[in-house]
Design a binder for this molecule. Structure first.
Ligand code: ZN
Length: 203
């Protein structure tokens, strides 16, 4: 399985990193080895001094598909989740400046937190999901999928032009503003529609 991640999908986050608003979705992949094992702490890798959390709504693909039209995209997922796209921001800054691929900053072991899943049917509208991240008990990120530049079904249409979607693939749909650094002993807790989806200790 693969993790398909979307960058720059919320205007407020584009502004905070002083990035340009993209013409098309920014897409990158993480391998399955990037998934943080359940109940395990996140270890800050030794090649970075500035690892950031990015809380993101997740979509789990349940059918094989390619060239999916957005009006059929809703048939390709029935679970919604919440996770973190950990990013070595210093490494990413260097790679961006050189025009190099982002994998070393984004796809390293443990960089993908996948929390609990809930059935899509329990959510009234996937384009109006509120979610947040708390660091050490204080809310640091607050988002709602209604502020996505490309909504979930549009992302499925777009990414399936390039990659065949397979059962179990996960789409990370991008992060809102409020990203920031982590240090040992931080506790990161994610909520979606007021329900806790994960709690991660940083080491
Ligand atoms: Zn991200």
């Amino acid at each position: 399985m693969k993790l398909i991640c979307i960058g720059r999908n919320y205007t407020d986050h584009i502004k905070e990193l002083e990035n340009e608003k993209p013409e098309h979705p920014v897409v990158f992949l993480k391998p399955d080895t990037s998934i943080l094992l359940k109940k395990q702490p996140f270890f800050i890798p030794d090649f970075s001094n500035d690892v950031h959390y990015e809380v993101e709504v997740l979509v789990k693909i349940n059918r094989v598909g390619k060239h999916i039209d957005k009006k059929f995209a809703h048939k390709y997922y029935d679970e919604i989740g919440l996770g973190i796209d950990f990013t070595a921001r210093d490494v990413q800054g260097y790679l961006k400046e050189k025009g190099l691929p982002w994998e070393k900053a984004k796809a390293f072991d443990g960089s993908a937190v996948i929390g609990d899943w809930i059935p899509k049917q329990t959510i009234e509208n996937v384009d109006d999901i509120s979610f947040s991240l708390e660091k050490n008990g204080k809310t640091v990120q607050n988002g709602n999928t209604k502020f996505m530049l490309w909504k979930i079904d549009e992302l499925i249409e777009y990414v399936s032009k390039y990659f065949t979607l397979k059962i179990g693939d996960v789409i990370f749909t991008g992060t809102p503003s409020g990203v920031g650094g982590v240090k040992p002993d931080d506790i990161l807790v994610g909520h979606l529609n007021n329900q806790q989806f994960f709690s991660i200790k940083v080491k």
